[in-house]
Write a protein of this length. Structure first.
Length: 65
């Protein structure tokens, strides 16, 4: 992780998803946010998404990891 500015993300999930996220985060001794970041970054790396997003832009800002 670098010193990027943090942004808020808000979305609704099912109670089952929330329970699974809470359990996974607790098992890994992570916050729920860190658990989601870890899972999404690992998924992106696994399918090669990191390389594809290097030059993409979202709302005028480069996507960086």
């Amino acid at each position: 992780m670098n010193d990027e500015k943090r942004v808020s993300v808000s979305f609704r999930v099912t109670p089952h998803f929330k329970r699974l996220l809470e359990a996974a985060a607790k098992l890994e001794n992570r916050s729920q946010t860190n658990m989601l970041e870890t899972l999404v970054f690992a998924y992106g790396k696994n399918i090669g998404l990191e390389d594809a997003t290097k030059n993409m832009q979202v709302q005028g800002e480069k996507i960086n990891d």
